[in-house]
Design a protein around this ligand. Structure first.
Ligand SMILES: [Ca+2]
Ligand SMILES: [Ca+2]
Ligand SMILES: [Ca+2]
Length: 323
């Protein structure tokens, strides 16, 4: 039995070490991205349709970029992949636009369209109505300029060469920090968002808006908040609080974490002075920089926020070694 156990641990360590040292061999970005060897890149077909700007932002939030074909080969490979996964989509948005200068089509990384795949459809780009600055790739492989305000499916792309692996947190995002005592990873987001958008931002990193489950965790979140270079962030946003994963649930007539627990049940319910104080205007959750809870608007105020993530692999390891 002991030998079987050690063999298992050995194999497990082996897989950890591959992640750590074997980066070029590890062809994994996220489980929702498909690796295509032919272009040595990962792709995700997004089925929630978005405007061009929103699509670009969503890909960036996932640590990727809005796809455009670099050449005929990539156009062929990705259209084949699209055919196999979403055969009903007539076209997708791609990372080429003329938003900066009318008629001058550039990729999101600043290349002229002439330097990349640029097989326009007949008569395109025609700038119909003087209002077509965002490019779509049709199923037949031709490009068309279309209105940027229209929502379409799109693809995010990550090259293998640009992939960096955060070995401690088992994610492709280097800014997640592992806390050994808590067995969790956290990221303090320095781009202020409203509560709902913060949920989305954590979700795009396969994490969730942090939930405090103990005084220790509260202390740690206070620490990383104190250490974050917040003063460098200019602009209009609410200072003094960070969004957390809880909100008011009218059907329960009480506060619940985003996993559905009461605050006491989750393990931490220390409110700030006179909080909650916002009534119907403040039905989402945040934490003052000192760790005390505060109700906050779900959509009005932008704040910093913290994402939390469990590290499945490390959990397995600690379970196995701890038994
Ligand atoms: Ca057009
Ligand atoms: Ca937690
Ligand atoms: Ca409040």
């Amino acid at each position: 039995m002991a030998r079987v156990k050690y063999l298992f641990i050995y194999l497990l360590l082996q897989s950890v070490l591959e992640f750590t040292y074997g980066q070029p061999q590890v062809k994994f970005f996220r489980d929702d991205y498909k690796y295509l060897e032919n272009t040595r890149s990962f792709y995700k077909v997004h089925t929630i349709q978005r405007t061009w700007e929103n699509a670009k932002r969503r890909c960036a939030m996932e640590g990727a970029s809005l796809f455009y074909p670099e050449d005929q080969n990539e156009a062929d490979v990705v259209l084949t992949h699209l055919n196999e996964t979403q055969p009903s989509y007539p076209w997708i948005l791609i990372g080429i636009s003329s938003k900066l200068a009318k008629g001058v089509f550039k990729t999101i990384d600043g290349l002229s369209v002439r330097q990349v795949y640029n097989k326009w459809g007949p008569g395109e780009p025609n700038d119909a109505g003087g209002d077509e600055d965002c490019v779509i790739l049709r199923r037949d492989g031709t490009l068309n300029d279309d209105k940027c305000s229209k929502k379409h499916p799109f693809i995010c792309k990550k090259t293998l060469a640009s992939l960096k692996w955060n070995e401690q947190c088992n994610v492709p995002y280097m800014d997640y920090k592992y806390n050994e005592a808590l067995g969790r990873c956290y990221k303090f987001h320095l781009n202020p968002l409203n509560w709902k958008d913060a949920i989305d931002a954590c979700d795009s990193e396969h994490a969730y808006l942090a939930i405090i489950n103990s005084q220790n965790e509260a202390d740690y979140l206070v620490n990383i908040t104190a250490e974050a270079p917040k003063d460098k962030v200019k602009g209009l946003y609410l200072r003094g609080a960070v969004h957390l994963g809880f909100s008011y649930d009218p059907s329960e007539n009480g506060w619940r974490t985003n996993t559905g627990e009461t605050l006491d049940g989750a393990g931490y319910a220390v409110w700030g002075n006179n909080q909650p104080d916002g009534g119907e205007d403040e039905q989402c959750g945040s934490m003052f920089y000192n760790g005390h809870l505060n109700d906050i608007s779900c959509e009005v105020q932008k704040c910093f926020f913290i994402c939390e993530r469990e590290n499945e692999l490390l959990n397995i390891l600690s379970e196995r070694f701890g038994e």
